[in-house]
Design a protein around this ligand. Structure first.
Ligand SMILES: [Zn+2]
Length: 113
């Protein structure tokens, strides 16, 4: 059940993520490495030290502002590999309301359909 849900949404997730990564990479002047779409239980996204980005396929089921926040968050890690004040200042260039968005994201429950 979970596997078929993943396979059903993976390609759309890949398309959406690539579009938005391309856009925000220009905004932030960063060059990400490989982008992977994964079926993860607990994480929305991650950034490796090598600059490769992973995103949860369920990002495609989120409202646009939440999906964009996750993408901006991981792209900002290409400049600041931590959650320092500098990092959050970068995020705030796009999402000055990132505290609200993080709260909204924590409260989001994705339902399998
Ligand atoms: Zn982070």
């Amino acid at each position: 059940m979970r596997r078929s849900h993943y396979l059903k949404h993976r390609e759309l997730a890949r398309f959406l993520v690539h579009q938005r990564v391309k856009y925000f990479s220009q905004v932030y002047q960063v060059t990400p490495g490989r982008i992977s779409i994964r079926n993860q239980k607990t994480r929305w996204g991650s950034c490796s030290k090598r600059g490769n980005l992973n995103f949860n396929y369920k990002i495609v089921l989120l409202p646009t502002h939440l999906a964009d926040y996750i993408i901006v968050h991981e792209l900002c890690h290409l400049k600041e590999f931590n959650h320092s004040a500098n990092f959050w200042n970068l995020v705030a260039l796009t999402f000055s309301n990132y505290l609200e968005i993080r709260k909204e994201l924590r409260e989001t429950k994705i339902v399998y359909k």
